[in-house]
Design a protein around this ligand. Structure first.
Ligand code: PEP
Length: 254
């Protein structure tokens, strides 16, 4: 039985005032439901404030990235241990925006994934193809390459509750969502990749879908057998819509 997870990626958005209003609305509006998990990932500087505002609630805290290194002369970087220190439990790793805009290669993503696990945190590893790659029928090859890069550094048996997010790049922030069938096909492929390495782990691995998830389409996506919740960008900034998405994850456990 996999517990569905909905994680909100706030990206480069927010302010103390806006975050306070959003988090208060989520804390009061999200039904207590042990059957699914909710996480928010604000920008780094707001993490301590968010931890305080979420204190006592069941909503967890995550970060949007972490350094591959643990300490030292790496100006501007933030380590996974620092994120743990301010109350984070989850860290998004390898988001397509970091890969495309900040040049994060598969190996860098793998190093970050390992660093997050080493700090005792849960990585949410993003994988997914561009539109061009999909149109060339390369979706599985791209996803497999991205997964293998991480598996080359951290064996499947050591993934300890890690999460994978399938995020087709062409669906992120575009309003264009993969159909539940398109998403399910890739989720099943991802689970199958793990099944060849460690069947038990594959059965327990949570695989989230990300790409223009909204209250209106979440239930259909989360109803698919290998979709265990969502990584949500734009809609996670709207309390009402995010609550609808979280409600859709309730009861979709498989
Ligand atoms: C994301 O940034 O991970 C994402 C899925 O964004 P959006 O929901 O806005 O497409």
């Amino acid at each position: 039985m996999r517990r569905p997870l909905v994680a909100g990626n706030w990206k480069l958005n927010g302010s103390r005032a806006a975050n306070g209003a959003l988090l208060r609305a989520l804390v009061s509006g999200c039904r207590d439901d042990a059957g699914r998990e909710i996480v928010v990932c604000p920008p780094f500087v707001y993490l301590p404030d968010a931890a305080a505002l979420l204190g006592g609630s069941t909503i967890g805290l995550g970060a949007q990235d972490a350094a591959a290194e643990s300490a030292g002369a790496f100006t501007g970087e933030i380590s996974a241990a620092m994120l743990a220190d301010v109350g984070c439990r989850y860290v998004i790793v390898g988001h397509s925006e970091r890969r495309a805009l900040y040049g994060e290669c598969d190996d860098m993503v793998a190093r970050k994934f390992a660093a997050v696990l080493a700090a005792g945190l849960v990585p949410i590893l993003c994988v997914g193809e561009t539109l061009e790659e999909r149109e060339r029928d390369q979706t599985e090859a791209v996803v497999e390459r991205q997964l293998r890069a991480v598996l080359g550094r951290v064996a499947a048996s050591a993934w300890q509750g890690a999460v994978v997010a399938y995020e087709p790049v062409w669906a992120i922030g575009t309003g264009r969502t993969a159909t539940p069938q398109q998403a399910q096909a890739v989720h099943a492929f991802i689970r199958g990749q793990f099944a060849t390495l460690d069947a038990r782990m594959a059965g327990q691995l949570r695989i989230l879908y990300g790409g223009s998830v909204k209250g209106a389409n979440a239930a259909a996506l989360f109803g698919m057998p290998d979709i265990d919740g969502g990584l949500v960008g734009g809609a996670s900034l709207d309390a009402q819509d995010f609550i609808l998405i979280c409600d859709a994850a309730s009861g979709s456990a498989t």
